[in-house]
Design a protein around this ligand. Structure first.
Ligand code: DX5
Ligand code: ZN
Length: 233
């Protein structure tokens, strides 16, 4: 089962793949192109072997776009950053479930700021890890690459995890978005939608293809095309 309305498919533009020297221009172009939010991978060099953005990027980007800003915490001890990230203007915070010793407490902490809450699940982790928390989430992200870098190849094992999650949500009548993060592009987008994802984290296929607005138009076209086809509805 998939969500058949193309307008209901959320595209969040992951700036990990953008030109770091021109992030303001990149988020502005993503907004012009119709992205629904900006995905900001924050990495610490410990949880993943890469270091990216710090807290101050949130207010800096807020001056350049009105799109919701969503930090994705691919780092250890995410609980230590929630107060600052929320106060600086994050619209949703996504944590990795395997970095939170008390996930329920982390979710409540984020929610106490009245902002959205998302949880990511790594390729080697079972979706069952988040089942007990789904009724308190806005978003669950199935990782289709190991976190750390953009431009990796989509791991198709993620598709069955998306399907399983979609079934679970339907069974329990829960209104939670299913995200997928890593390797989503015009070639993989059809499988992702058919599996039941409705929140697409996309980096390289937006920022690594030349014109950002045109790349987003092609992705929207691919979504509409897939959802028009009988097999997808
Ligand atoms: C990986 C990040 C992703 C990454 C996806 O650690 O969580 O958000 O930016 O990039 P692409 O779309 O290039 O696979
Ligand atoms: Zn991410």
């Amino acid at each position: 089962m998939i969500v058949a309305d193309p307008e209901n498919i959320h595209i969040t533009a992951s700036i990990l793949a953008a030109d770091f020297a021109c992030l303001g221009d990149a988020v502005r172009a993503a907004e012009t192109g119709g992205a629904n939010s900006i995905h900001i991978d924050m990495m610490d060099g410990h949880y993943v072997p890469n270091i990216t953005f710090g807290l101050d990027l949130i207010p800096a980007l807020k001056k350049r776009t009105s799109l919701p800003l969503v930090p994705h915490l691919e780092l250890e001890n995410p609980d230590d950053l929630i107060d600052s990230l929320a106060r600086l203007g994050s619209d949703m915070i996504v944590v990795q479930e395997d970095t939170c010793p008390d996930l329920g407490k982390t979710i409540a902490h984020i929610r106490s700021y009245g902002i959205g809450v998302g949880v990511g699940v790594n390729p080697d982790r079972p979706m069952e890890a988040v089942w007990p928390f789904l009724d308190r989430l806005d978003l669950v992200i199935v990782m289709s690459v190991n976190p750390g870098f953009g431009g990796q190849v989509f791991d198709s094992h993620a598709l069955s995890k998306v399907e399983m999650t979609r079934r679970y949500l339907r069974e329990w009548a829960l209104d939670v978005r299913i995200g997928i993060d890593g390797g989503v592009n015009e070639r993989t987008i059809g499988d992702v939608l058919r599996a039941g994802a409705d929140y697409l984290v996309i980096g390289s296929a937006i920022f690594g293809q030349g014109d950002i607005v045109q790349a987003l138009a092609r992705l929207r076209g691919a979504i509409r095309e897939c959802l028009r086809m009988t097999a997808c509805t």
